[in-house]
Design a protein. Structure first.
Ligand code: SF4
Length: 257
């Protein structure tokens, strides 16, 4: 248990999370869903303090900020980096772009692995309205015999940062550049402004999107899909997508099968 409160306002939350991990430890050990963000490094530290058995996995999506991937490789070499069968861009060629309403990419790139295991996550209620309804222990409705364990579900941002400070944990440099959350680049959930900002920061990725959309359009043309008539180039399609014009579009069925 953590004995010294130091900067940490609520030592009870730390001790509760640690005790919780000890009490629920499965014989085969936990599967840690590690993203490299502040919440993940917190749960990683907590499982280490708890002294429980675990293996940590990072789902490499191929649209991760390079700074984050470097941070994980430099500081968490024991975390297994799981690579997808197809890159995000290949998937876009095949499936079209993801949107807020149709986030096929999370399913394929982020939620693989850990079936039949107790998966420890760093999700917290404070992160979103949807997450505010989540609980500390949840049975997965998609994967059989899989249980999600969310030890820091009630922690606030300030609790996480206090813990990181008191434990002197290294964290990804993007936080010091003003990022409050770190995840996939150009995530449809991030909102238009954020994605436009990322396009200026990561022009090579923006270019890769345009190329993938070009290829997608060629496929759409071969299959005589309506999208082939809608866009004249990958650039036009990228502009439409990143500016979220599809959300105002009465003809949303232009989304691809
Ligand atoms: S881009 Fe967003 S929706 Fe897609 S996998 Fe990443 S986090 Fe999930």
């Amino acid at each position: 248990m953590l004995k010294e409160a130091g900067l940490f306002g609520s030592i009870d939350k730390v001790n509760e999370a640690i005790q919780f991990l000890i009490d629920l430890e499965p014989p085969e050990g936990y599967w840690i869903a590690f993203s490299g963000g502040k919440d993940s490094i917190t749960i990683y530290e907590l499982v280490k303090i708890a002294g429980v058995k675990f293996e940590a996995h990072y789902n490499f999506t191929t649209i991760d900020p390079p700074e984050l991937v470097k941070f994980i490789k430099d500081n968490y070499s024991e975390v297994q980096i799981d690579k997808p069968k197809e890159s995000f861009f290949k998937l876009v060629e095949r499936k079209g772009y993801p949107t807020r309403q149709c986030r096929w990419c999370c399913d394929v790139l982020k939620e693989q692995g850990g079936s039949g295991r107790k998966i420890v996550t760093g999700i917290r209620k404070q992160e979103s309205v949807k997450r505010s309804k989540r609980r500390m222990v949840e049975f997965c409705y998609k994967k059989k015999n899989t249980i999600y364990i969310n030890p820091i579900i009630d922690w606030l941002d300030s609790d996480v940062w206090d813990f990181i400070k008191i434990q002197k944990l290294k964290y990804c440099c993007l936080y010091d550049q003003g990022w409050t959350r770190i995840g996939c680049l150009f995530c449809p959930m991030a909102g238009r402004e954020r994605r436009l900002y990322e396009a200026t920061l990561y022009p090579k990725y923006a270019k890769a999107f345009v190329l993938a959309f070009d290829k997608r359009l060629r496929i759409a043309k071969d299959r005589e899909l309506r999208s082939a008539k809608r866009f004249s180039s990958g650039t036009e399609m990228f502009d439409y997508w990143i500016n979220e014009r599809h959300s105002e579009d009465p003809d949303q069925t232009v989304m691809f099968e």
